[in-house]
Design a protein around this ligand. Structure first.
Ligand SMILES: NC(=O)c1ccc[n+]([C@@H]2O[C@H](COP(=O)([O-])OP(=O)(O)OC[C@H]3O[C@@H](n4cnc5c(N)ncnc54)[C@H](O)[C@@H]3O)[C@@H](O)[C@H]2O)c1
Length: 314
């Protein structure tokens, strides 16, 4: 069967990671159906393309998910309540979307007989790591309802495989950055927040000494990992990271170079919920997905700067 006749259902496809994944799926010749409730996603994130259909709907609505899943060969499940803070404030609503919504997708994928379900997990499942880089075999110890929800999803995926033979791969994304991540959201990643400050010529805020480290991966590399995972024969969970880490002050210095705006950070006390260091082990992703990141941090920051400047100019 050619890719053109293969349909992929992308839940949350109008969001940040989703829209980049949709673009790459279409460019690879797949037909794509997006199911999204547009709570944080935007229709303007999606391209106009004959191979793309959009359904406004919620993953908490099982019938809507079943309808959207019809005829799908693969499913990429990205729809979620993505805010760690909100999951702490309202754990019940967060669990409904992130656990029950995910179970709906698994049930519909199983009933439709999809070849593979790829779903978004998160490095948040690890909590504070004991060793770096963090391998998939490391202890799981989520620090928030959000991290726990992602881990519960992984357990359901394993059970659906055992009970019903549903093939799945859960991708534990590290810190994803790139165009279309909304900096105005209070939950946006640190890069889009720093970027927004420098472009508006205000000083970025750093919590603590700024020496905390993160593994930042460019969104187009994450989209490639998503697509590779759809046709991977492996079952289980897999990190999606670069294997590098950079501290926030070094990141800010790179951003100074990219934007030409040299505004120093304002330091506030560190926050209890922030982990100190994060760096993903990429051995499994290289072996299972046969890919490695193509974008360096600086290249990704430059691409983000170009895309942001174009948006501001438009
Ligand atoms: N961005 C990161 O750094 C990161 C890191 C780890 C994991 N993740 C996971 O990746 C996935 C995508 O995240 P993102 O950063 O692109 O966020 P995003 O908010 O841009 O995308 C989420 C999309 O899902 C949609 N959505 C939310 N709830 C829905 C529901 N109940 N039904 C249907 N659609 C719904 C939103 O409208 C949006 O389009 C999420 O599952 C998130 O938890 C993201």
């Amino acid at each position: 069967m050619s890719k053109a006749s293969k349909r992929v259902l992308v839940t949350g496809g109008a969001g940040f990671i989703g829209s980049h994944s949709v673009e790459q799926l279409l460019a690879s010749g797949y037909n794509v159906c997006v199911l999204d409730n547009l709570s944080t996603g935007k229709l303007t994130n999606l391209p106009h393309h004959d191979g793309l259909t959009f359904i406004k709907g919620d993953v908490c609505d099982l019938q809507a998910v079943k309808d959207a899943m019809q005829g799908a060969s693969y499913c990429l499940h990205l729809a979620a309540q993505v805010s760690v803070v909100r999951s702490v404030e309202d754990p019940s609503s967060s669990a409904q979307q992130n656990i029950l919504g995910c179970i709906n997708v698994m049930q519909a994928a199983h009933e439709a007989g999809v070849n593979k379900l790829v779903y978004a997990s998160s490095a948040a499942v690890y909590g504070n790591p004991r060793h770096l880089p963090i391998a998939e075999t490391s202890t799981v110890c989520p620090l928030s309802p959000y991290g726990l929800e992602k881990w519960v999803d992984e357990q359901y995926a394993a059970l659906f495989h055992t009970l019903y033979g549903l093939p799945s791969l859960g991708l534990r994304y590290f810190n994803v950055f790139g165009p279309r991540q909304d900096p105005k959201s209070p939950y946006a990643g640190v890069i889009s927040k720093f970027f927004d400050c420098l472009i508006r010529k205000t000083s970025p805020t750093v919590f603590g000494d700024g020496r905390q480290t993160r593994d930042f991966i460019f969104v187009k590399d994450v989209a490639r990992a998503n697509i590779a995972a759809l046709t991977s024969s492996h079952q289980g969970v897999c990190n999606v990271a670069t294997g590098n880490r950079v501290d926030l002050l070094a990141l800010l210095s790179l951003l100074h170079g990219v934007t030409g705006n040299y505004l120093p950070a304002v330091h506030l006390p560190s926050r209890d919920e922030d982990i100190r260091d994060s760096q993903g082990d990429t051995q499994r992703s290289r072996a299972w997905l046969d890919i490695q990141p193509q974008w360096t941090l600086n290249e990704g920051l430059k691409a983000l700067y170009t895309a942001t400047s174009e948006t501001h100019a438009a």
